[in-house]
Design a protein around this ligand. Structure first.
Ligand code: SAH
Length: 369
């Protein structure tokens, strides 16, 4: 509920909106379905667009309800086709979403929090700290806004095909809102995304992985990023609470659908976690899991003194994993020129100094010694 007492309709599942229609609007349930489709299928951001509602209802709605939780603030286009969108919440928080078009899919990388509390030492979003959780409507509105823009350029009713919850924030640290957003995004009367086309990535909040497995049906990705606890604790403070063994234990218990695997993300950082021994240890760790590994060459960030692993090293790392029967892929880094790649989302102003340069400088942080 908004501070002014009006209900944010984008936050509600169809069941909740139906209750609202009956109890607050004194309308029949089918009205709720109409409004829900306007919001979540047709991207309406104003009650006046809902032309099949009576004029009387259209005028009454803004007195008790609101739409449009986000305003678009900026769109930056990369030379590789990636687009970084920046949105402003009503209370002035900035969040980013990244559109990644490919031949066979159109993916949106979605944010779940403004900033992040996890404090990973190599990630730019962590420098913001946690500002706040995004509401279900703010999560969903990123998808609607981008869908709408692509549709108006390229046609189609729902051009986005895949969603990855790998933008700003830790999705499982905002689990209830994530879950509501997933219900809306998967609903038949909404954008109707398939569970096969949605992936949620986590740093490894172990108790939440269990709930995530029980209460949702979408795919799981784990940001592993290290092959020993010592290394991982230095890179990802969460490891001091739930170490690699506990994390992998939770993965073994995870209720996987048939044919599905857990994706492990491993950001390759030069001379930090990219040695042959790391790859061999990784094989040992993942051997008994239905796993696939995404190797992500590190995207360098101003003020963070980590460096990317070269292509040859990345390839060698991949080969060692493959030799140990672990399927591994080197992820292409997209959108680096507009700071839209993994771990670069931090609301920095676009550069005036040409690609790659960023004119804001966060507090300098050092790599682990
Ligand atoms: N908090 C969740 C969701 C964000 S996903 C999670 O961490 O899983 C963002 C991914 O980008 C994570 O796998 C993270 O390890 C990776 N990442 C962070 N900083 C990066 C950087 N500078 N270069 C490449 N990948 C990075």
């Amino acid at each position: 509920m908004a501070q002014d007492g009006r209900q944010d309709l984008c936050d509600l599942t169809l069941e909740e909106l139906t209750r609202f229609a009956i109890e607050v609007l004194a309308e029949r349930p089918y009205r709720a379905a109409q409004i829900y489709r306007w919001i979540h299928q047709r991207g309406a951001t104003d009650f006046e667009q809902m032309t099949d509602l009576s004029r009387e209802l259209r005028q009454r709605l803004p007195q008790v309800a609101r739409l449009r939780p986000l305003e678009q603030d900026l769109a930056q286009h990369s030379e590789d086709g990636t687009v970084k969108y920046r949105f402003r919440t009503r209370d002035g928080k900035l969040i980013e979403s990244v559109y990644l078009p490919a031949e066979d899919r159109k993916t949106l990388c979605v944010s779940t929090q403004a900033g992040c509390a996890m404090g990973c030492t190599f990630c730019m979003t962590a420098t913001l700290g946690l500002q706040r959780n995004l509401s279900p409507g703010e999560i969903v509105a990123q998808v609607h806004a981008v869908n709408y823009q692509i549709a108006s350029k390229e046609g189609g009713t729902r051009p986005l095909t895949n969603l990855v919850f790998m933008g700003m924030g830790e999705p499982l640290h905002n689990f209830d809102n994530l879950k509501t957003a997933l219900r809306i995004l998967q609903s038949e009367e909404g954008p109707h995304f398939s569970h096969r086309h949605i992936t949620v990535s986590t740093v490894g909040l172990v108790p939440m992985i269990e709930r995530f497995g029980k209460e949702t049906n979408v795919k799981l990705a784990i940001s592993l990023n290290a092959s020993t606890d010592e290394q991982r604790s230095r890179l990802m403070p969460i490891n001091r609470k739930w170490n690699i063994e506990k994390l992998l234990e939770a993965c073994r218990r995870f209720p996987l659908r048939q044919g599905r695997r857990i994706t492990f993300e491993y950001v390759l950082m030069r001379e930090v976690n990219d040695a042959d021994e790391d790859a061999h240890r990784l094989v040992g760790l993942l051997r008994d899991l239905p796993a696939k590994v995404n190797l992500i060459p590190y995207n360098e960030n101003p003020g963070l003194e980590f460096h990317s692993t070269g292509q040859d090293r990345a390839e060698r790392f991949r080969e060692i994993l493959a030799g140990g029967q672990i399927a591994a892929f080197i992820r292409k880094n997209r959108g680096r020129d507009i700071a839209a790649a993994c771990g670069q989302l931090a609301n920095l102003e676009p550069s005036t100094e040409g690609p790659g340069g960023l004119n804001a400088s966060p507090a300098s942080r050092r790599p682990p010694s």
